[in-house]
Every structure is written in C-alpha cells, then in structure tokens.
Design a protein around this ligand. Structure first.
Ligand code: SF4
Length: 386
C-alpha cells in the first residue's frame, strides 16, 4: 500500500492581495459551479487521463490526506466542496486522516463551518497574515483583527479541533512592536499549527513591482528591512518554543501530534495528485502541472481532455537535489549516509565547508540545518545545489 495525498486547487479570490504572486485571481462567481464539476470529473477519470498522457498511476494507492488550497477555497459553496470529497472517496481507496480547507477569516460563518464539518473537513488553515489592521489594509486583505477571533470561536463551536494560522513576517508597516503583538494574539487564540512565511519580493506581485520599479501605491517604502524580518522570525521562534510548539519545518510549527500530514509529503517526496487549475502532481518518478487558467482548465476537462501544461520525468540527479533541498527544510534533518548510498553520490565533501561555517550540523548519518541559523538557510541550499 502506498499512501497518496490529494490536493484540490481553488484559484478564486475576492480581491488580489498586493504581495501575492500566485496564479490566483478574481473571477466571476458563475465559474465556480462548472469548476467544481470539472474537478470532480478530473478526479473520477484520473486513471484514463493519466494513461492517455503516459503518466504512471501510483499502484496500490490509498488516499490518506486531502488539502483544499488556493486561492480561497472557502469561497466555494460548501455543498460543492463536499461533492469533491465524496468523489475522492468514491474514486480511490481512502483512509482519510487529515482533510484541510484553507479559509480566509472573513469568509467563515457558523453555517459554513457546520457544513464543512458535515462534508468531512477536520482541519482549517486560516490565512491570518497579521493581527494589525493597518498592515492588513495596506496588504489588500479583506479581514481585520477582530474577524480572526470571531472566526476562531465559530470554528471551535463547530467542532474543529485542528486549526492552523498563517502569519507573514515583512508586511509593509510592520514593526517589532506590531509583530510582537501579532504573535501574542496568535498565541492567545492557540491554534494547533502555525506557519510563518517571510515576505518575498519579486515582479510577480504588485508590491514586488513597486519595489523594483518605484511608486507609492502599495507601501513599498514601508517594507521592513531584511534584518528586521529576520528578527521577527527569530522572535516568533522563541515565543512559539516557549508556548510548547515544535518547530518541525523552516516555516512550520505544531503542538505535539498536529504536524501537517499532508505538507510533510512534499518535503518527504511522497506521492500526491493535484486536481484543479494550476495543480501540481508527483507520482514518485514524474512531476506534472495542470493549465493555470481556470476557464481553460474547466473547458478542457469537461470536453474530456487532461490539460497538462508541464510534464517531466525526474532524473536521478534532480531526485538527489530534491532529497537535499526539500528534506533539509525539516528541522529533524536527513539521513545523509542513506541518501549517498541510494544515489551513489558523495556529498560529504560539500557539507564540510557548511559545517565549518556553522550553517549545518552533521552528526553521524544525520545532517540538519543549524537551528540558530535558519534565517540564512538559503545559503545552504545554494551551496548544496552548486
Ligand atoms: S487570498 Fe491568498 S491567494 Fe488570494 S490573492 Fe490573497 S494571498 Fe493571493
């Protein structure tokens, strides 16, 4: 039996956040129902769609996780979300252990929360990002601080025992004081899981473009410095540790037993199938992605075609790089000796320099990032992939 993850990509948002560089956007609500129908059809027809595209199915797969991400999947009608879970259950052998829905705080109501539980969701990942209203407003978010506590109460009352909150370190107008207040409020609400992402600046977002090209619309000039961002991250590391959260991946913390089973698959190179526009999949030997445009995706699926945009066989060298790059994101580290044996590679000599710089710790077969140097982990990855 091979455990298989499923990801359902929902690329719809109410507005576009200024920092967002994802393939998501604001689309007519008329597209939601055909999109759900297309996702259901893609799931139900997976064996045919894969074989027609010369993609290997995963033998003896049992689906144990489902993750609805976006975008803002909580915008879809709960009945449509439930329909997708039902199709997963009827199309694969399933032993679902974690079924996550990403939800933005302002989209959460008591009726929806009840319907999500009834549909089979047991975990909600809330896009909190900040508890400071000035930061939320500048970032183009729709919710405000009070919406998060209101949504948390609703979700707890509906029976959700597993909540995850995302925060972003490095939003415009963020200061050490506002960051500390956000972390404090997060700890007060006590989610079981926390993700903290560092702001990324690139030309894929409006804020990123303003940083690169100038302008005053998206508060680029109010962005904290890289050093400040690193301090925010380290502050959160300390506070979360004090509060009993285990730091298990560079950007992720959990109370014991609440690590994300689904996301662990990505770092462990375990197979997962992605459904929906822009969804990515991995069967252990090939990686592929669906067309990004939701209307083109839905039309393609509903006319019986699999809208694969990229398909590549993972070479042994790429697989080795992935084992290092993805595996090392987990703070427990990787079995370097085992990886060397598996790929017939010698990586030890490249590691020694990183050890002498204090960037990694190497103890017997185990290699891991130095816990006090996580803010410069990119240096390790660049060096390893050279
Ligand atoms: S809600 Fe998320 S996916 Fe949608 S625009 Fe904002 S950051 Fe991007």
């Amino acid at each position: 039996m091979t455990r298989l993850g499923t990801h359902v990509q929902v690329p719809f948002c109410q507005t576009k956040c200024t920092y967002c560089n994802f393939h998501t956007g604001v689309f007519s609500r008329d597209l939601y129902a055909p999109y759900v129908e297309a996702v259901c059809r893609e799931i139900a027809e997976v064996p045919r769609l894969l074989s027609e595209n010369r993609i290997d199915n995963v033998p003896n797969a049992v689906v144990d996780t489902a993750y609805f991400g976006g975008g803002t999947p909580s915008l879809l009608d709960p009945a449509g979300l439930g329909q997708i879970i039902d199709v997963i259950r009827s199309s694969f052998p399933t032993q679902l252990e974690e079924v996550t829905l990403e939800a933005d705080p302002e989209t959460i109501s008591a009726e929806k929360a009840k319907a999500w539980r009834a549909a089979g969701f047991d975990r909600i990942s809330m896009g909190v990002q900040s508890f400071n209203d000035a930061e939320l407003t500048a970032a183009g978010r729709m919710h405000r601080r009070d919406d998060v506590s209101r949504a948390t109460e609703i979700l707890r009352a509906a029976g959700f025992a597993s909540l995850s909150f995302d925060l972003i370190a490095g939003l415009p107008h963020q200061t050490a004081r506002t960051w500390a207040a956000s972390v404090e409020e997060l700890l007060r609400l006590h989610p079981e899981h926390v993700s903290i992402y560092m702001m990324e600046i690139d030309e894929g977002s409006r804020l990123g473009l303003e940083v690169l090209q100038g302008g005053a619309r998206y508060s680029a000039k109010a962005l904290p410095t890289d050093d400040a961002m690193a301090e925010f991250y380290e502050h959160a590391c300390a506070k979360l540790a004090e509060a009993g959260y285990g730091h298990y991946e560079i950007s992720n913390w959990a109370l014991p037993g609440f690590e994300s089973r689904h996301n662990l698959k990505y770092w462990r190179r375990e197979p997962y199938f992605g459904f929906g526009a822009g969804a990515h999949s991995f069967n252990g030997a090939q990686r592929w992605a669906n067309a990004h445009d939701p209307a083109a995706y839905a039309n393609s699926i509903l006319s019986g075609h699999f809208p694969v945009e990229q398909l590549e066989a993972v070479t042994a060298n790429q697989a080795l790089e992935e084992e290092l790059f993805l595996g090392l994101r987990q703070l427990a580290g990787i079995d370097l000796r085992g990886i060397e044996t598996k790929y017939g590679a010698r990586i030890g000599p490249r590691i020694k320099e990183l050890v002498s710089q204090g960037l990694v710790e190497w103890d017997g077969p185990l290699l891991r990032l130095s816990p006090d140097r996580l803010t410069v982990s990119n240096e390790v990855f660049v060096h390893l992939l050279e």
